[in-house]
Design a protein around this ligand. Structure first.
Ligand SMILES: [Fe+2]
Ligand SMILES: [Fe+2]
Length: 395
């Protein structure tokens, strides 16, 4: 790009003009030295020539999409297809039923049990589902618009639907009826010292759903039988299933909240970076919403008649949790160590280290049993997408 087409505020730093304010039609007045100051030590050491190269390269990044960018977007498209599939299952039984998210007809007592966590749960489930549908469709359409292959998982739609009234009977990609739900996000985001990127580990908030195979949606109408002895006739089993869903919502969305910033660090095209940052921000909106609701899960203990497992939701405001950092109305990240323990603590999304990001996400979803019953071909397909995304290098 020729220097004369550079933005006025940039040009003003490259020419030897008096130290007065320059008027820029697009960006307003800019102090002459503010650009160099902003660059810090490295920027100040750059020659005029290298600055021009950097600016030219940066603007060119809008037009270039690399093999790595495509690989990142393809993995994210697959992740969004999987998210859509699982959220669709939740919406059919526990969300708002309308033409924006069609397909189900709702399970009355499951929906009521979700509403115990928050009266707006059906609306939030609906909106999260719609968001995922748009993420999936947008990323695939963008890939096509740049001449790249979109991603389809239709061939792997072989898992069963819930038999409960309200669910469509179609092939699914994900399993929500035999889940192990990793609830360490609850303690991780409340820690003021720990960060997985610095090697720290975190205890499960709800140990009993972290192991075993638990339903987060009713498996059949037997899971949503009324119990006249309980408020609103919601049985403990139905409430336990809704509580499991409440934690699983946040487990899924905290994963997206980390995955997007992790992969953003490997993008080359500024437009792809913009896509990844913009969708990633929505994942964080989702996570915070669910982080707020999960804390409202009523404490109870019930034996699941299908698995024989005891499912216990403890009082999260009591030991071994409880106390200032674990009170359930904390819905924002506590500040914690970031990059180095020598630096001040900072309120951040965590983890965000980029190494092995896609494979890490795939392993985490697999460990939660989200793909129980899937074929070896499915895992092979997803592993290939993850490996290719993790090979992307910022250029
Ligand atoms: Fe998404
Ligand atoms: Fe999401």
């Amino acid at each position: 790009m020729a220097p004369e087409t550079l933005p006025a505020n940039v040009l003003s730093t490259l020419t030897d003009q008096p130290n007065t304010e320059q008027a820029s039609p697009s960006q307003g007045p800019v102090k002459r030295r503010s650009f160099l100051k902003g660059l810090g030590v490295v920027g100040a050491a750059l020659s005029t020539g290298s600055l021009l190269t950097t600016i030219s390269e940066a603007q060119g990044r809008n037009d270039v999409i690399t093999v790595g960018d495509v690989a990142i977007l393809r993995f994210l498209a697959a992740a969004e297809i999987l998210e859509t599939d699982l959220w669709q299952q939740y919406n059919e039984l526990g969300g708002v039923q309308d033409s924006e998210v069609p397909g189900g007809s709702g399970s009355r007592l499951y929906t009521k049990a979700l509403e115990v966590l928050d009266g707006d749960m059906p609306q939030y489930i609906h909106d999260n589902t719609e968001d995922e549908m748009t993420h999936e469709l947008f990323i695939n359409a963008y890939l096509v618009s740049r001449g790249a292959e979109p991603v389809s998982l239709e061939q792997f739609r072989n898992l069963p639907s819930s038999q409960a009234t309200g669910a469509q009977q179609i092939g699914r990609l994900t399993n929500l009826m035999q889940l192990s739900v990793d609830t360490t996000w609850f303690t991780r985001y409340r820690s003021r010292t720990g960060n997985p990127d610095l090697g720290d580990t975190f205890p499960q908030a709800i140990p009993s759903i972290a192991m075993g195979q638990h339903p987060a949606i009713p498996r059949s109408d037997a899971d949503v039988q009324p119990d006249p002895s309980k408020p609103h006739h919601i049985s403990d089993l139905t409430q336990a299933i809704a509580n499991t869903a409440g934690f699983h919502f946040a487990t899924i969305e905290q994963g997206g909240s980390s995955l997007y910033p992790m992969l953003a660090q490997r993008t080359t095209s500024l437009e792809v970076l913009r896509i990844v940052l913009s969708i990633g921000g929505t994942e964080i909106c989702h996570f915070q919403t669910w982080s707020d609701k999960a804390g409202n899960a009523p404490h109870l203990s019930v034996v699941d008649p299908v698995t024989g497992l005891t499912v216990t939701f403890p009082d999260l405001n009591s030991p071994p949790l409880g106390g200032e950092d674990f009170q359930t109305n904390l819905i924002m990240p506590e500040p914690t160590a970031f990059l180095s323990r020598k630096l001040p603590v900072c309120s951040i999304i965590r983890p965000t280290a980029t190494k092995g990001a896609a494979m890490g996400a795939l392993k985490a979803l697999t460990a939660d049993d989200l793909f129980i019953g899937q074929s070896p071909d499915f895992f092979k397909f997803m592993r290939t997408l993850a490996i290719e995304a993790d090979l992307a290098v910022r250029q």
